[in-house]
Design a protein. Structure first.
Length: 544
């Protein structure tokens, strides 16, 4: 039991952690990270909010702490209201504008913050905290969490403690990383885990509703009410079952660079001017009641792909958005335009595909909507997001490429499966362009959709459908379209790579005569190509 005293009114308020909460409070400060919870109603928010009071942190000059939720209204509904009940009893005053408590007597602070989008974590770049708590950690993506704890949690002033304490239930965009980081090594908890890279330690303290006698006293019917929930939700909240949800589909996605990871582990970059000789691919997942989403991407000479533009429309007819596509694309070297296969279904006088062609001026090709194409497209996205080299797997002794087997795979499972089989017999070259996919930071719809994808409980290899998942379907089409274009146009891509080398030489030496000679040789092979690159276009871009 801990007592807090209002200095002005001599009013004593008792704080009584239950035994499982007390276990969490007694975790050594030498353990950098800790997770509390699993099931619902274990008293997570109460524990994280009052920890600085119970431990007396606020009495140390220079102490600064922060509690984070995904969205600010979540803070207001519970954390801030709870703090207003207890913090004033310790002499703290609240700044409504800054969402911060201050103990003027000690010069210490407790902030409340939110990280709705991964990039929002950069708002705290100028701060450092002794105590950092993520309430409902699985509601956060991995990148902002690791960025925060890796760079902003450190001792300050004379107070030399720096710890991270979190609470959560299973389920949410961070399910996979939270489970792997804290729970998977020992689901029973209470085991000190040591990070192999940093040497820092972390621990998981599980809690069930029954562990909270105060909560059970307030609501003795709580466990019965949980039976009303869908099975997965019930298993997660009643039993703390981490296997009720499959978790994040794209844990490798990095909108920001995480401290300790290689510099190339990043997918979102600042926009730059795309050279006009890079071939470009347009992909559209059409819809009216659902979102219609368009992606423009360019293939660099090194094979890396840059998504440099997106558009999203909802409730708009084909003439509206197709006209905008025409306006944005008419001067660009679009070499391939992929459109959702459902656009070819008969819908009256004209199909959607025919309308798109009429209003955009571009000739679309159908996406692959055959059985298995969704899972194949998902794997394609993973390949494009991968930023770590593949481990070389040894083939079985005597295993050789079997043409009959290859034909069987192609007939029954399609081209993607055939490519996968062929790759088993090809050693992967050393790659320097990982990840293959880079997304311009102004493509906010796609950037915000990728991290919220979770696996479908019924279709374990596919994404669970949700309102607003259209950009992911479109990304499937786009990645597969890039792969097929690149495999079918090696000669053209090599020619454009040669152009890029000529341009690089010109930019270094500014030798116009040499540029004209080199381009003249390349232009002799250009007549059969729809989107040629001219000396004038290079000089024009250089002057611009």
């Amino acid at each position: 039991m801990v007592q807090v005293l209002d200095p002005g009114n001599d009013f004593i308020r008792e704080i009584k952690p239950h035994p499982r909460q007390d276990d969490f409070l007694k975790i050594s400060d030498e353990i950098f990270e800790a997770l509390y919870g699993g099931a619902a109603y274990g008293g997570k928010s109460f524990l994280l909010t009052l920890l600085p009071l119970i431990r007396g942190f606020y009495k140390f000059r220079g102490f600064k702490g922060i509690i984070l939720r995904r969205k600010f209204p979540d803070l207001e509904r519970e954390i801030i209201r709870l703090s207003k009940e207890y913090y004033p009893l310790t002499g703290a005053t609240y700044n409504e504008t800054k969402h911060s408590w201050e103990w003027k007597e000690y010069g210490s602070y407790m902030d409340f913050g939110h990280v709705q989008h991964a990039q929002d974590i950069k708002m705290y770049d100028s701060a450092q905290y002794n105590y950092c708590a993520f309430d409902e950690l699985t509601h956060f993506e991995e990148a902002p969490y690791l960025y925060m704890v890796g760079s902003r949690v450190r001792p300050g002033s004379s107070f030399n403690i720096a710890i991270v304490r979190n609470g959560t239930n299973p389920g949410g965009v961070g399910q996979t990383f939270v489970y792997n980081r804290f729970v998977k090594p020992d689901e029973g908890g209470y085991k000190r885990l040591v990070d192999k890279i940093t040497g820092l330690s972390r621990i998981f303290i599980p809690a069930l509703p029954q562990d909270n006698p105060h909560g059970m006293e307030y609501d003795p019917l709580y466990l019965q009410k949980l039976e009303i929930l869908p099975e997965a939700e019930k298993r997660a909240k009643k039993y703390g079952d981490w296997h009720a949800f499959e978790g994040s589909v794209f844990p490798e996605f990095r909108p920001i660079n995480i401290p300790g990871e290689p510099d190339n582990a990043i997918h979102v970059i600042q926009p730059f001017e795309i050279p006009e000789w890079w071939p470009r691919i347009l992909s559209i997942d059409w819809g009216k009641r659902a979102m219609c989403h368009a992606i423009w991407g360019a293939i660099a000479p090194d094979g890396r792909v840059y998504i440099y533009r997106e558009r999203g429309w909802k409730g708009k007819d084909v003439p509206y958005w197709a006209a905008e596509v025409r306006e944005l694309s008419h001067v660009e070297p679009i070499v391939h335009f992929i459109l959702c296969g459902s656009a070819w279904q008969e819908r009256g006088v004209e199909t959607i595909a025919e309308q798109v062609q009429r209003y955009s001026g571009l000739v679309p090709s159908s996406s692959d909507n055959s059985p298995g194409s969704r899972v194949a497209g998902l794997q394609s996205i993973h390949d494009f997001l991968r930023w770590q080299p593949r481990e070389h797997l040894l083939k079985a002794p005597g295993d050789v490429y079997d043409l009959d087997k290859a034909n069987y795979i192609y007939r029954n499972y399609g081209e993607d499966a055939l490519i996968k089989y062929r790759n088993m017999f090809i050693d992967e070259e050393e790659v320097s362009n990982l990840p293959k996919l880079q997304i311009f930071s102004n493509c906010n719809i796609l950037i915000e959709t990728i991290p919220v994808c979770v696996y479908d409980d019924k279709k374990r290899e596919d994404i669970q459908e949700f309102d607003g998942d259209d950009p992911i379907d479109n990304l499937r089409y786009f990645c597969k379209a890039v792969t097929r274009y690149a495999s079918a146009n090696d000669e053209e891509l090599n020619r454009r790579k040669a152009v890029n080398a000529v341009v690089a030489q010109y930019q270094q030496g500014q030798d116009t005569t040499k540029l004209y000679r080199q381009m003249e040789r390349l232009e002799q092979t250009q007549k059969t190509h729809q989107h040629g690159v001219t000396r004038r276009s290079i000089l024009k871009r250089r002057r611009g």
